[in-house]
Write a protein that binds this ligand. Structure first.
Ligand code: GTP
Ligand code: MG
Ligand code: NA
Length: 343
């Protein structure tokens, strides 16, 4: 697998924002799942990962009739918690991604964890788009299920359009106070300097096609170099989980490279480096959440980017948030063990 413009890995997109702005619900809307309603207290407490194949994105953006020629195999979306106590997980999520969606509740504007997320993204120079979510809560909103936002907006009464405009203006001002220029995405002539805002509803799906198209077009346009596939493994452990029938497993995000069944790996453990062999490489089905127990697809090998469940012996004391390394034919295990423990 060569490093070229024709061999791109899937971009990784992290979804961030204040608690209950609708991050998980937006993903549910795209997946056709119901993850959010199954969460304890409706609160996300773990990092999630969902793979969206290119054909699903193409399907969802068809009505926009844009040049949705996708050169990436798909999109890996990382869900993060918005609750204030999970700063570490937001930081981990934002550290993995190529691009982010910052979700803002149109009824609330910028909130403390919106600003915290914003600062994490600024710190790492990560590009992002803003999903201005819950537009269906504007008083008198007429549902236009899964419609592109311009089409949905035209269907609204003058009153709804005015309320939208005044809330939008207020939120643009709040971004300005954080030192950022922002604008509705279809009016934005300076992408890269001015952040794009996509109005969305996670309940009725308005604006979802726009959000997906913008993500894919933007990454393909500006990040080809970064997305060129490399054989060098870049992989982070998200969770260490005991699964009935599988024993202790680790959920990882494979950012770059290829993993194989049988690969010798090294992960950071509480009592020192763990050297083991990949017994099974599992993923949820496409458009399904990695953190939700379900049926898994077995793979002989997996190419980045993917959310992967790995089964192997001796993972009991593995530490989430650290790197996973593969011992190649020319590598010295001792060197890798040392590198691992520096995480
Ligand atoms: P955390 O992960 O806990 O930070 O929350 P979240 O940002 O993932 O929000 P979540 O998806 O849990 O949604 C929070 C609540 O808002 C739920 O009751 C959702 O049904 C509701 N909600 C989310 N998006 C929308 C939307 O677009 N419109 C309306 N009306 N309600 C929404
Ligand atoms: Mg959530
Ligand atoms: Na929530």
């Amino acid at each position: 697998s060569e490093r070229s413009e024709d061999n791109l890995r899937s971009p990784i997109c992290c979804i961030m924002g204040h608690v209950d702005t609708g991050k998980t619900k937006l993903l549910d809307c795209i997946r056709g799942t119901n993850v959010q309603e199954g969460e304890a207290g409706g609160i996300t407490q773990q990092i999630g990962a969902t793979y969206f194949p290119a054909e699903n994105i193409r399907e969802r953006t068809r009505e926009l009739k844009a040049d949705a020629k996708l050169r990436v195999p798909g999109l890996l979306v990382i869900d993060t918690p918005g609750h204030e106590s999970f700063t570490n997980l937001r930081s981990r999520g934002s550290g993995l991604c190529d691009i982010a969606i910052l979700v803002v509740d149109i009824m609330h504007g910028l909130e403390p964890q919106t600003i915290e997320s914003l600062n994490l993204l600024k710190m790492r120079n990560t590009e992002f788009i803003v999903a201005l979510n819950k537009v269906d809560r504007l008083y008198g909103w007429k549902t236009c299920k899964n419609a592109p936002i311009v089409k949905a907006m035209k269907m609204q009464s003058k009153d709804v359009q005015m309320e939208f405009q005044s809330r939008l203006t207020q939120i643009i001002t709040e971004f300005k106070e954080q030192g950022l220029n922002s604008e509705l995405y279809y009016k934005n002539k300076e992408m890269g300097e001015t952040y794009s805002i996509v109005p969305t509803s996670a309940i009725s799906g308005e604006g979802i096609p726009d959000m997906l198209l913008l993500l894919v077009q933007w990454t393909q346009k500006t990040m080809v170099e970064k997305l060129m596939f490399t054989n060098e493994i870049q992989c982070t452990v998200l969770e260490v989980k005991v699964i009935e029938g599988l024993g202790t497993t680790i959920d990882v995000v494979l950012v770059n490279g290829v993993l194989h069944e049988g690969d010798q790996i090294v992960v950071c453990g509480m009592q020192g480096p763990i050297v083991t062999t990949i017994r099974a490489l599992l993923t949820p089905h496409p458009m399904k959440e990695l953190r939700i127990k379900g049926s898994y697809v077995h793979h002989k090998e997996l190419k980045a980017a993917q959310g992967v469940k790995i089964t192997a012996q001796g993972l009991e004391h593995a530490i989430a948030g650290t790197g996973l390394y593969v011992v190649g034919p020319d590598d010295d295990v001792e060197d890798i063990k040392e590198a691992t423990m520096q995480d």
